[in-house]
Design a protein around this ligand. Structure first.
Ligand code: NAP
Length: 418
């Protein structure tokens, strides 16, 4: 049955009761490919909540790169794992704001009608790692709406109760849906993994991007000085507006980027450029950085290890330019530097980070809001690198600005970013 897009912002039931079906953007195994082909609108049965689960009516959803990979079926198809074999479809979307619609057995902290933001980490209650180590260490750990189905590109989503956070009242639905995945990741990296402190000096790659805008704000809030790396003066101005001490345009240091397979002479020239870059970083910060915030990977990692101060830390959560990293390890051991891997955040970290948004101390940075019809196109923009920042999707909300119940600083509207 064709989905009537004009009806997506209305539902036929009151909180506490679920309708039989919902509109959803669905990826299926047989149509892996470009996002505009892989994502199709379908009418799907609304799932019932299991024990400690909650069904949330999605008011707005946030777009992330993970569902470009889900569409492409690369580097692996999502259909081989998580709950995909059970349901046979993938409904993506790892960021959302919405209203609790129905709670499962055992849920006591939330009730139908509560307004929430959803964090994207799931793990089984039965794994012992959840109860003393960290849910990110659990064998069952999954990213909701990527490694699992029932994500946020649908009228309703199914989540674990521990994924719910209070929606900041001063944010519109689309603003509240835009920050979770990237902000909570940046929070764990800086606050917990490398224990960011006042007076620290920090180098942030991609400082105007999804992670970088929050890393920059966290440094400013903590009293740490940071320099952001960007690829244009406009992005540099955004980063300064967010609290960076200064910025470096990476186009001026194109020669430092590691491509792989360089000859010894090329490697020598690249190293010289990395040194020149490290000098520029120290020039802005007054000293070498204590911390390097990494997610670019192959192209920048040798420069990160070189640039960080002796005994300093490189914290990394991604590898946009390639995941096979090589670097001169002498600079690591002789200077006793550390490399720290990080992945998303646990519910406690998400709660602490969300409180800073509720207090208006950290603000979402939003580029564009699209209607529900825009889900496939939004992912194609990311796939084609034509996006300029974070994109939010209206689902239950019928217009931008809805959902704000008190005055306060909303999102920063970015003309640039990513
Ligand atoms: N493990 C996790 O939990 C987790 C969570 C979130 C994201 N990630 C990963 O982290 C990465 C970044 O995510 P994001 O949301 O921040 O993406 P994004 O919004 O696209 O921003 C990344 C920024 O990195 C810079 N960049 C890209 N290629 C570069 C290169 N070759 N050299 C130097 N800079 C480059 C770009 O900034 P300029 O062009 O301005 O320099 C870009 O704006 C992705 O690979 C993502 O999958 C991991």
């Amino acid at each position: 049955m064709a989905v009537d897009l004009s009806q997506v912002s209305t539902v036929s039931t009151e909180p506490g009761e679920l309708p039989a079906t919902m509109a959803a953007w669905v990826i299926r195994e047989e149509r892996h490919g470009e996002p505009t082909d892989a994502f199709q609108l379908e009418e799907i049965e609304v799932p019932e909540p299991g024990a400690f689960e909650v069904i949330v009516r999605v008011m707005a959803a946030g777009v992330n790169f993970n569902n470009v990979w889900a569409a492409l079926g690369e580097p692996v198809s999502v259909f081989g794992y998580g709950d995909h074999p059970q349901y046979g479809h993938h409904i993506g979307g790892s960021d959302a704001s919405g209203v609790v619609w129905k709670v499962g057995e055992g849920v006591t902290r939330w009730k139908p009608g509560d307004e929430v933001v959803i964090h994207c980490n799931q793990a089984s209650y039965e794994d012992p790692e959840v109860h003393g180590l960290d849910p990110l260490a659990a064998p069952s750990q999954k990213i909701w709406g990527y490694e699992t189905t029932w994500g946020s590109f649908a009228q309703f989503t199914k989540v674990q109760a521990q994924q719910l956070l209070p929606k900041p009242a001063h944010l519109a639905w689309e603003e509240a849906a835009s920050y979770g995945l990237t902000y909570f990741t940046a929070y764990r990296m800086l606050i917990d993994q490398v224990e960011l402190q006042a007076g620290h000096k920090v180098l942030i790659w991609g400082a105007a991007g999804g992670l970088g805008v929050f890393a920059t704000q966290l440094c400013a809030l903590t009293g740490a000085d940071c320099v952001g790396v960007v690829s244009s003066a406009e992005k540099g101005e955004l980063v300064k507006q967010l609290g960076a001490t200064g910025y470096i345009d990476r186009n001026e240091y194109a020669g430092m980027m590691r491509r792989g397979g360089e000859t010894p002479d090329e490697e020598k020239a690249r190293f010289k450029e990395s040194r020149r870059f490290a000098k520029a970083v120290s020039g802005i910060l007054g000293d070498a950085p204590d911390i390097v915030f990494e997610h670019v990977g192959q192209a920048t990692f040798p420069t990160s290890v070189l640039t960080v101060k002796p005994f300093g830390k490189v914290v990394i959560c991604g590898a946009t330019s390639g995941y096979n990293l090589d670097f001169d390890v002498r600079y690591l051991w002789m200077r006793q530097k550390q490399i720290i891997g990080s992945h998303f955040a646990n519910a406690w970290e998400c709660t602490k980070a969300n409180a800073l948004i509720e207090q208006g101390k950290i603000r979402p940075v939003l580029w564009k809001t699209m209607g529900f019809e825009g889900v496939a196109d939004a992912h194609q923009l990311l796939r084609d690198n034509k996006h300029l920042g974070k994109i939010a999707i209206l689902v239950g909300a019928s217009a931008e600005g809805e959902g704000r119940t008190v005055e306060g600083p909303g999102a920063i509207r970015a003309e640039v970013g990513a």
